[in-house]
Design a protein around this ligand. Structure first.
Ligand code: CP
Ligand code: NVA
Length: 304
């Protein structure tokens, strides 16, 4: 039966570690996997812009010997020109896999429901599982372990945080989350993350104070305050988040050797200052590079 990657909730701990292990192998020996997906094709259905997700999947597929076709909003207009179901059923006859970036999470779910081929969520309003897998891979690569490591997330309770907290809770990476009141992750997902954390013995704390969150943390993570599709709420959001900037002052409240992550794109001067994102603590470009290795591992797992 085909397997999809829609949300971190759907993966068990072994499956997550299997992707991390394969990511390390793919990164260490690119040549070994050069023909692994020869003759296979994927479609990238993107309703929103993308740099990392699009390029890493497209070029990752080429590096594995396969082919990728980009289907932007103007090409197929999924849900407008034709239904999600018809897109899923037709593309299943042409392709071996789909990566979808949508506004509505339900659209990715529906694609997966009707497609006979694996569907990978390349970001929806609820989840960004490929990013979370890269992020925990990068933390393990830099710090060698999850055990005893604390990740502080400062900012919006959005798609990136949703997937990251679920992944952290599954693999035993402690997490402290600081979001402004009213912008916390949904109760439903926080509840699921708490259950996973209890099962794995992971510490997971939900706070509203950035300084309390970064105290004692090994890594600080942030993301934009205005995600794609939320532009009309920009003014309100910028006001709500103004005390949640990752800046030199906040870095002083953290451990001296604390590392910094951001999924990118960054809105420099909003959620993070140049002085922090360009500092020696920042690992944002290594993190971005790792998207490529993780996407290749995901493609190998689902299509190989
Ligand atoms: N981090 C990430 O998903 O970047 P893009 O939006 O550029 O794909
Ligand atoms: N939260 C951001 C992540 C971009 C990779 C967004 O959805 O726009």
């Amino acid at each position: 039966m085909k397997e999809d990657l829609i949300s971190i909730e759907c993966l068990d701990e072994q499956e997550i570690f299997a992707i991390l292990d394969l990511t390390a192998k793919v990164k260490a020996d690119r040549a070994k996997y050069a023909g692994a997906l020869k003759g296979k094709s994927i479609g990238l259905i993107f309703q929103k812009p993308s740099n990392r997700t699009r390029v890493s999947f497209e070029i990752g597929m080429v590096q594995l010997g396969g082919h990728a076709i980009y289907l932007g909003p103007d090409e197929i207009d999924m849900g407008g020109r034709e239904s999600v179901k018809d897109v899923a059923c037709v593309l299943s006859r042409y392709l071996d896999g789909i990566v979808a970036r949508t506004y509505k999470h339900d659209d990715v779910r529906e694609l997966a429901l009707y497609a006979d081929i694996p569907v990978i969520n390349g970001l929806s309003d609820r989840a960004h599982p490929c990013q979370a897998l890269t992020d925990i891979f990068t933390i393990k690569e830099k710090l060698g372990t999850f055990s005893g490591v604390t990740l502080a997330y400062v900012g919006d309770g959005n798609n990136v945080l949703n997937s990251l907290m679920l992944a952290a809770a599954k693999v035993g990476l402690n997490m402290k989350i600081a979001a402004p009141k009213g912008y916390e992750p949904s109760k439903e997902l926080a509840g699921i993350a708490r259950r996973f954390a209890k099962a794995s013995g992971t510490k997971l704390e939900f706070l509203n104070d950035p300084k309390a969150a970064v105290k004692g943390a090994d890594v600080i993570y942030t993301d934009v305050w205005v995600s794609m599709g939320q532009e009309k709420d920009s003014k309100k959001r910028l006001k709500a988040f103004k005390c949640f900037q990752v800046n030199d002052g906040l870095m002083k409240a953290a451990k001296r050797d604390c590392l910094v992550m951001h999924c990118l794109p960054a809105h420099r001067g909003q959620e993070i200052t140049d002085s922090v994102i360009d500092s020696k603590s920042s690992m944002v470009y290594d993190q971005a590079e790792n998207r490529m290795h993780t996407e290749k591992a995901i493609l190998l797992q689902l299509l190989g």
